[in-house]
Design a protein around this ligand. Structure first.
Ligand code: PLP
Length: 233
């Protein structure tokens, strides 16, 4: 068994343990394997171990990797998630090559993604990135502006608004990790109460996966615990 295979099993085990702790079915938590900085070979190894959803942060690297993996194994049906910062002049390749985007924080970006989504493809799945750590983080829509943005994005024809995503400031203490994720969950529940059909809370990475699952994550984004530590970026 490869290291990636072993690591994937260990991560699935952690997810199952955290879900059990929270009285949730483990099947309600999807694992997104964050393959940024790792090559197509690492993706193929994870795919051989059964992993199907992969996350990329850097557009050019991601697009090249998607092509390399498709060339090597055209029969593999993988799902690609863009989880990095989005520049407004670089939306087209995201709309063309990815299945999901987790990092929409402005209406202008959402409009461009919707306009540029190729007609033959299913709507692009979108999560809004929320700034739940206040001034400590510059990325994400402010909670006070979230509802207005969500209503506008939900109305765009070629996007499907699925839910919310956040990257809280790193915290060592479990209770503080939980508190940040609980804030995102409350915002999510508010939007659902307002009538939006959301089903996705994208939260939790290698270091805070347990807190995120306990607070209701439906997608955890895990990189280093699967592929090892990154050497650059
Ligand atoms: C890199 C990254 C991850 C994965 O982080 P790890 O600590 O390696 O698990 C998850 N989400 C986003 C947005 C990232 O940029």
């Amino acid at each position: 068994m490869s290291t990636i295979d072993q690591n994937l099993q260990a991560v699935h085990h952690s997810i199952a343990a955290a879900a059990a702790e929270a009285g949730r079915p483990a099947a309600g938590v999807a694992l997104l394997a964050v393959s940024k900085t790792f090559g197509a070979d690492a993706v193929l190894e994870a795919a051989a171990a059964g992993q199907r959803a992969f996350g990329e942060n850097y557009l050019q690297e991601g697009v090249e990797k998607i092509a390399a993996v498709a060339a090597a194994r055209p029969e593999l049906k993988l799902e690609w998630h863009f989880i990095g910062p989005i520049q407004s002049n670089k939306t087209r390749p995201i709309a063309e090559h990815f299945d999901w985007v987790h990092t929409v924080e402005r209406e202008k970006i959402a409009q461009r993604l919707s306009e540029q989504r190729p007609a033959g493809l299913a709507p692009l799945n979108v999560c809004l990135q929320v700034n739940i750590s206040g001034e400590a983080s510059k990325s994400g829509v402010a909670p006070e502006q979230l509802r207005a943005l969500a209503l506008r994005v939900a109305a765009l024809p070629n996007l499907r608004l699925r839910g919310l995503m956040a990257i809280p400031e790193p915290e060592e203490v479990f209770a503080r990790q939980r508190a940040a994720f609980a804030r995102l969950r409350l915002l999510y529940e508010d939007l659902r109460a307002a009538g939006l059909a959301l089903d996705t809370l994208s939260m939790g990475m290698s270091a805070d996966l347990r807190a995120a699952v306990v607070e209701g994550a439906s997608i955890v984004r895990v990189g280093s615990a699967i592929f090892g530590s990154r050497n650059y970026h």
